[in-house]
Write a protein that binds this ligand. Structure first.
Ligand code: ZN
Ligand code: ZN
Length: 130
Protein backbone atom coordinates (compact mmCIF):
# COMPACT_ATOMS: atom_id res chain seq x y z
CA UNK A 1 0.00 0.00 0.00
CA UNK A 2 1.45 3.28 -0.98
CA UNK A 3 1.72 6.02 1.55
CA UNK A 4 -0.77 8.81 1.13
CA UNK A 5 0.04 11.87 3.13
CA UNK A 6 -1.21 14.95 1.32
CA UNK A 7 -3.53 14.89 -1.64
CA UNK A 8 -5.31 18.08 -2.54
CA UNK A 9 -5.79 20.50 -5.36
CA UNK A 10 -5.62 24.21 -5.87
CA UNK A 11 -7.25 26.04 -8.74
CA UNK A 12 -5.17 28.80 -10.22
CA UNK A 13 -3.56 29.98 -13.42
CA UNK A 14 -1.03 27.37 -14.46
CA UNK A 15 2.46 28.82 -14.78
CA UNK A 16 3.02 26.66 -17.83
CA UNK A 17 -0.14 26.59 -19.95
CA UNK A 18 -1.66 29.73 -18.47
CA UNK A 19 -5.08 28.12 -18.05
CA UNK A 20 -7.20 28.41 -14.95
CA UNK A 21 -6.91 24.76 -13.97
CA UNK A 22 -6.69 22.53 -10.94
CA UNK A 23 -3.14 22.05 -9.77
CA UNK A 24 -2.97 18.69 -8.05
CA UNK A 25 -0.71 18.59 -5.02
CA UNK A 26 0.54 15.26 -3.73
CA UNK A 27 3.05 14.71 -0.99
CA UNK A 28 4.54 11.72 0.78
CA UNK A 29 7.61 11.55 3.00
CA UNK A 30 9.94 10.97 0.09
CA UNK A 31 8.61 13.43 -2.44
CA UNK A 32 6.04 16.07 -3.24
CA UNK A 33 4.55 16.84 -6.63
CA UNK A 34 2.44 19.61 -8.12
CA UNK A 35 0.74 18.62 -11.36
CA UNK A 36 -1.37 20.75 -13.69
CA UNK A 37 -4.56 18.86 -14.50
CA UNK A 38 -4.79 20.65 -17.83
CA UNK A 39 -1.35 20.39 -19.40
CA UNK A 40 0.38 17.89 -17.12
CA UNK A 41 3.23 20.19 -16.18
CA UNK A 42 4.76 18.60 -13.10
CA UNK A 43 7.00 20.05 -10.46
CA UNK A 44 8.87 17.64 -8.20
CA UNK A 45 10.01 18.60 -4.74
CA UNK A 46 12.34 16.51 -2.60
CA UNK A 47 12.64 16.53 1.18
CA UNK A 48 15.06 18.96 2.66
CA UNK A 49 14.43 18.40 6.34
CA UNK A 50 11.74 17.68 8.86
CA UNK A 51 11.43 19.10 12.28
CA UNK A 52 9.12 20.20 14.99
CA UNK A 53 10.60 23.65 15.33
CA UNK A 54 8.88 26.69 13.98
CA UNK A 55 10.18 27.36 10.52
CA UNK A 56 10.97 30.99 9.86
CA UNK A 57 8.93 32.99 7.47
CA UNK A 58 9.57 31.73 3.97
CA UNK A 59 10.87 34.45 1.73
CA UNK A 60 8.64 34.69 -1.31
CA UNK A 61 11.31 34.57 -3.98
CA UNK A 62 10.86 33.27 -7.46
CA UNK A 63 8.66 33.30 -10.46
CA UNK A 64 5.42 32.05 -8.99
CA UNK A 65 2.93 33.14 -6.43
CA UNK A 66 3.02 31.51 -3.06
CA UNK A 67 -0.01 29.32 -2.47
CA UNK A 68 -1.13 29.07 1.13
CA UNK A 69 -3.58 26.23 1.58
CA UNK A 70 -5.10 24.15 4.28
CA UNK A 71 -5.61 20.45 3.88
CA UNK A 72 -6.39 17.44 5.98
CA UNK A 73 -3.67 14.86 6.52
CA UNK A 74 -2.51 12.32 9.04
CA UNK A 75 0.55 13.59 10.85
CA UNK A 76 3.29 10.99 11.05
CA UNK A 77 4.69 12.60 14.17
CA UNK A 78 1.66 12.91 16.45
CA UNK A 79 -0.63 10.56 14.53
CA UNK A 80 -3.52 13.01 14.57
CA UNK A 81 -5.57 13.34 11.43
CA UNK A 82 -6.32 16.99 11.04
CA UNK A 83 -5.56 20.31 9.49
CA UNK A 84 -2.17 20.89 7.95
CA UNK A 85 -0.88 24.15 6.56
CA UNK A 86 0.41 23.66 3.04
CA UNK A 87 2.60 26.29 1.43
CA UNK A 88 3.71 25.95 -2.18
CA UNK A 89 6.26 28.33 -3.60
CA UNK A 90 8.49 28.25 -6.62
CA UNK A 91 11.44 26.79 -4.75
CA UNK A 92 9.89 25.09 -1.79
CA UNK A 93 6.88 23.26 -0.49
CA UNK A 94 6.14 22.88 3.18
CA UNK A 95 3.53 21.05 5.19
CA UNK A 96 2.94 21.71 8.84
CA UNK A 97 0.75 19.87 11.32
CA UNK A 98 -1.44 22.29 13.22
CA UNK A 99 -1.67 19.94 16.14
CA UNK A 100 2.01 19.44 16.96
CA UNK A 101 3.80 21.76 14.55
CA UNK A 102 5.69 18.96 12.80
CA UNK A 103 6.97 20.33 9.51
CA UNK A 104 8.05 18.73 6.28
CA UNK A 105 10.18 21.00 4.17
CA UNK A 106 10.71 20.11 0.51
CA UNK A 107 12.78 21.99 -2.00
CA UNK A 108 12.22 22.24 -5.72
CA UNK A 109 14.08 19.55 -7.62
CA UNK A 110 12.94 19.43 -11.23
CA UNK A 111 10.02 19.95 -13.52
CA UNK A 112 8.79 18.15 -16.57
CA UNK A 113 5.76 17.96 -18.76
CA UNK A 114 4.23 14.62 -17.92
CA UNK A 115 1.72 14.42 -20.68
CA UNK A 116 0.99 16.16 -23.93
CA UNK A 117 -2.59 15.19 -24.76
CA UNK A 118 -2.74 17.60 -27.65
CA UNK A 119 0.17 15.98 -29.45
CA UNK A 120 -0.85 12.37 -28.94
CA UNK A 121 -3.04 12.18 -32.01
CA UNK A 122 -1.06 14.69 -33.95
CA UNK A 123 -4.19 16.32 -35.30
CA UNK A 124 -5.96 18.11 -32.52
CA UNK A 125 -3.64 21.07 -32.42
CA UNK A 126 -3.09 21.44 -36.15
CA UNK A 127 -4.25 24.85 -37.33
CA UNK A 128 -6.92 24.92 -40.03
CA UNK A 129 -5.56 24.99 -43.54
CA UNK A 130 -5.66 28.43 -45.09
ZN1 ZN B 1 -0.94 23.80 -17.19
ZN1 ZN C 1 1.29 16.37 14.27
Amino acid sequence: MSEQFIFTRYRTDCYHCGEDADQIIKAVSAQAQVICSNCGATRIFIPRFENTEVVGVCTPLGRYDIWTLETGARCKNCGVEGAHDLVVGSNHLTTRCRNCGYTHFYRFNLEYIGQCPIDEEGEVSAPPAP
